[in-house]
Write a protein of this length. Structure first.
Lengths: 379, 577
């Protein structure tokens, strides 16, 4: 057999496998679910369900001795969108609600509130919070401090007696001026979804061949390992890009996330990441012989590390050293960083180029491992 | 001297370090231009040997050369030249017939004019030309099998390996497949056909009988059968007493094998033993004829005859509910949308009778069976046990029946004793009653020896005994069996039916579904289910007699089955025309 006919045989086999795989994708409702429904569902769940911004936190407000000044501060607290305020004259009436978790904090204006104010002393405000939920507790404290400061500056402005030499801080938040957590969460969710979906797609299609016994007939033909792998990768790669399109459209038009970078960079960067996710799925499939095991493994190897170590939900810098070290090998971490950059900042080469190189390296390693471990035999 | 297609020397295959070898020190040859049957019970190593020959498994020890290529180092060359049809046929069920063919043609490099000619030839050969657009998953078992064969034959292989091609395929398709395979032989192809059905061995030029990974016999099946000619007899005229007569006869050391064949008993005598006479078997009114041996007779004789065990019939005689047939199907109908899976099926089973529901896969057998068990609601009609409707009074009716599923439905991770205990509890037995019931089946089915072993690791025969004991824990007067011994080796099958016969002797009523002719031979009466209809109900002999003709002076039950189905199709066509 001449080299040329071997080569053309190889291309013909790859094309045949790609066609077969594509037909199966089109006819199999579960690929459609994994590629379109699952991403949309997860994105809406993360986009609408999770937020780090608090509004209308239920708090109890205790005013021990009403004075015009205290009433003024109470009004400014009640008028923010952060608090849902209930008022009473005794803190005792709120203690039970706080223990029961019905309110997230108690704000107490002490009896000497007006005197302290007049003296220019520290504020006569006590904040009691539910420490079992540190996040909300921190928010309540922060918002009360913010409310106190803005009320103070309003009073000073009203009395036109701005103290000389006072520093005027005017914060500017770059990239996300509204400080909306959704803008970070949506690109983060997209990367998590792509990780999960990419690895699930390939892991499932190979284990399905084992489950249905078709792998036996396939291996008994002249198909080689590389041809088999490419035949699985190509159609699922296209399917993955379709899923990405769904996610990006939802991000732009449903969640109003700006796209400051260019579309071409977004697609290219995603393609590189998709190669990592799909290869990881193929690597899983070299071990898993049933779809059940394959999906469990994809969950464990792709989704959970992506959730915890990609840095979009949990701050990696505050993790213990061994976990920080582990996060280095989580591909989703680099994709999150790149994706957030492309969406919110633009095509920043200093971020995107290192991330891309790392992802290319990872996909190469995974691909080589898969090619070496894919069985040409049944045992 | 033509060189063999496959030569195997000292081959062993071990899957796990401590597991017993699947193939042990096997040496053999496969010749060209003939069908070689690979025969043996479940777990004998047939599939392992097939996969080793297809270079899909790596030998642990020894050497295989396929068409001159070493299976270890030249797997690709072997894949290029052989055709292999795995169990379940290796088809993509979500691709159409043509898409499956095209895929395998591309993979095997059959292109251009060659492809066109090959497709034409194979589609005509398999009679699939009308169905090229149909999804493979929507084909019948027989059609899938033919498509699988077509895919395996695309590149005109010199060696064709067929792994249990006849499992789950009805007798008609099975015959067609044999015809197709014979026409390949005429073109010089060597075929290896593995099967658990011993009657298929008689179609092979050469058989390799495998048991526990070793070759028991290799050679012409006719030579093997001829070895016991003159030692096989049929006993006619024993009537209702025939089951106990069989049990009595088997106790004699002169008789090494005995099975039911409809109203007759088939006996095989020990080597050198005297011919059985009505006096010697203690039944004066019977007629005994010498009959030609079958492959199965020789197979069982080679394994030393069937195990002799005195059966203690389990439990007490079931109470009688006079005035009602124990099992009754009244115009049972079930529709799924437009499709009528069971169409006004009516039959009655008498007390102490074994009734068989016989039919090809997809004929409506399982649908009928599920309605009889109360697992599926009939669209019309009723299923009754002891006069109780399985839908009007489900728990009272179900308490009277025992059910043994086709697949091993016990808990593999529980011990024998734990399984027994669990099933006793599931039937609502508790306290002293439960202990009594468990002790009774342990005694009756001889389960004591392995009481504390996990059920999953037991030999097949023991598993079956355990499954049967669990199904009859509550001493039901009616027992339903779903393909109880298909794919089971002949010895285990004999042992199982020994228990069933003993239970029938005490008046238990049995209904069994099967597509397996040997099982049907154990039945008193058979209902033939085809395309949702019950097209014939009678004793096996009467069904055989009804198709007797000049061409077929001694029809087997399978012949009868095929002739009745064909006659039904003909009537349908005439009615349509």
């Amino acid at each position: 057999m001449s080299t040329i006919s071997v080569r053309s045989g190889r291309w013909r086999r790859i094309r045949a496998l790609v066609v077969k795989e594509s037909l199966q994708v089109v006819r199999d409702p579960s690929s459609f679910v994994v590629a379109f429904v699952l991403p949309a569902l997860l994105l809406f769940l993360f986009g609408f369900g999770i937020t780090f911004d608090a509004t209308r936190i239920k708090v109890g407000l205790v005013v021990e001795e009403p004075t015009p000044e205290s009433q003024e501060f109470v009004a400014s607290l009640s008028n923010t969108r952060y608090f849902d305020v209930r008022q009473s004259s005794s803190r005792l009436s709120f203690v039970d609600d706080l223990s029961a978790g019905k309110i997230s904090g108690i704000i107490v204006l002490s009896g000497d509130f007006t005197e302290r104010l007049a003296r220019g002393d520290t504020a006569g405000v006590q904040v009691i919070t539910d420490g079992s939920d540190p996040n909300t507790a921190g928010l309540v404290t922060g918002y009360v401090q913010g409310a106190w400061q803005s009320w103070q500056s309003q009073r000073n402005f009203a009395s036109a007696a701005s103290a000389p030499g006072q520093i005027d801080v005017q914060p500017r938040f770059w990239f996300n001026p509204e400080l909306e957590s959704r803008r970070l969460l949506v690109p983060g969710s997209i990367s998590l979804i792509m990780m999960m979906m990419g690895s699930l797609l390939t892991a499932l299609v190979v284990s399905r061949e084992w489950e249905r016994g078709t792998i036996e007939a396939l291996l008994a033909t002249p198909v080689g390992t590389l041809e088999f792998i490419i035949g699985k990768l190509v159609p699922n790669f296209i399917l993955g890009l379709c899923a990405m399109t769904v996610c990006v459209l939802a991000a732009l038009f449903v969640f109003d996330i700006p796209l400051r970078g260019s579309l071409i960079v977004l697609v290219g960067f995603t393609a590189v990441f998709l190669a990592v996710a799909l290869s990881l799925g193929l690597l899983i499939s070299t071990v898993a012989r049933t779809q059940f095991v394959a999906s469990q493994m994809a969950m464990l190897v792709a989704f959970l590390p992506g959730l915890y170590f990609s840095g979009f939900l949990f701050e990696i810098a505050s993790m213990p050293a061994p976990l920080r070290a582990f996060s280095v090998i989580v591909p989703a971490k680099y994709y999150v960083r790149g994706l957030q950059t492309i969406f919110l900042a633009g095509d920043i080469g200093s971020v995107l180029i290192p991330c891309t190189l790392i992802l290319v390296f990872m996909s190469t390693v995974l691909f080589v491992l898969t090619a070496r471990n894919t069985r040409q035999r049944l045992d | 001297m033509v060189s063999p297609l496959v030569s195997i020397e000292g081959l062993s295959k071990v899957f796990a370090p401590n597991a017993p070898a699947a193939i042990q020190a096997l040496t053999t040859e496969i010749k060209a231009g003939q069908v070689t049957g690979l025969v043996g019970p479940d777990g004998a190593g047939k599939t392992t040997l097939m996969r080793l020959m297809a270079a899909l498994l790596e030998p642990t020890e020894g050497r295989i050369a396929v068409l001159g290529h070493d299976a270890r180092s030249e797997a690709t060359a072997i894949h290029d030249e052989i055709g292999y049809m795995p169990q379940r046929f290796g088809l993509y069920e979500d691709l159409s017939v043509m898409e499956n063919l095209t895929l395998y043609a591309d993979l095997r490099g059959v292109v251009g004019d060659e492809r066109k000619a090959t497709f034409e030839r194979l589609l005509a050969f398999t009679d699939l030309a009308r169905f090229t657009d149909r999804l493979a998953g929507a084909l019948s078992g027989g059609m899938k099998q033919k498509l699988g064969l077509a895919c395996a034959m695309l590149k005109s292989p010199k060696l064709l390996l067929l792994d249990e091609p006849s499992v789950g395929v009805d007798p008609i398709s099975r015959r067609e497949l044999w015809k197709m395979v014979y026409s390949l032989i005429d073109h010089g192809v060597g075929v290896v056909w593995s099967t658990a059905y011993l009657d298929e061995a008689e179609n092979c030029a050469e058989v390799i009988v495998l048991n526990e990974g070793r070759v028991l016999f290799q050679g012409d099946p006719k030579a093997m059968t001829a070895g016991i000619s003159g030692r096989v007899f049929q006993v006619h005229g024993a009537g209702a007493d025939r089951r106990s007569l069989l049990a009595r006869t088997l106790a004699s050391p002169d008789i090494i094998d005995g099975v039911m064949q409809g109203e007759a008993i088939r006996l095989v005598t020990a080597e050198g033993a005297a011919e059985p006479t009505p006096q010697s078997i203690g039944a004066s009114s019977v007629v005994i004829n010498n009959v030609p041996p079958r492959f199965e007779d020789a197979f069982v004789a080679m394994l030393g005859g069937q195990p002799k065990r005195t059966l203690t019939a389990p439990g007490r005689q079931p109470e009688r509910h006079d005035g009602h047939a124990p099992v009754e199907a009244k115009s049972l109908t079930r529709r799924f949308g437009d499709f009528t899976a069971a169409d006004h099926i009516t039959f009655e089973i008498a007390r102490g009778e074994i009734f068989g529901l016989l039919g090809p896969n997809g004929a409506g057998k399982s649908t009928t069976f599920k309605m009889m068990c109360g697992l599926l609601r009939p669209t019309e009609g009723a299923a009754l046990v002891d006069g109780l409707d399985l839908y009007m009074a489900p728990s009272a009716a179900r308490a009277r029946l025992g059910y043994m599923a086709q697949k091993f439905s016990l808990y593999g991770d529980l011990s024998v004793a734990q399984n027994l205990d669990f099933f006793a509890g599931a039937y609502g037995l508790s306290g002293a009653k439960r202990r009594e019931a468990v002790a009774r089946v342990i005694d009756a089915f001889d389960l004591k020896a392995k009481l504390h072993q996990n059920a999953g690791g037991l030999p097949l025969g023991f598993k079956q005994r355990l499954a049967l004991s669990c199904a009859i824990m509550h001493e039901p007067p009616v027992l339903f069996l779903d393909e109880p011994t298909s794919g089971v080796d002949p010895l285990t099958r004999r042992e199982f039916w020994g228990y069933i016969n003993a239970m029938v002797g005490r008046g238990v009523t049995i209904m069994v579904t099967t597509h397996f002719m040997d099982e049907a031979e154990y039945c008193d009466r058979v209902g033939l289910i085809y395309r949702g209809k019950c097209i014939a109900i009678d004793t096996p002999e009467a069904l055989q007699a009804s198709v007797k003709s000049k061409e077929l002076p001694h029809p087997t039950l399978e012949d009868a089955f095929i002739a009745l189905v064909e006659a039904h199709d003909l009537r349908q066509q005439q009615a349509a025309a």
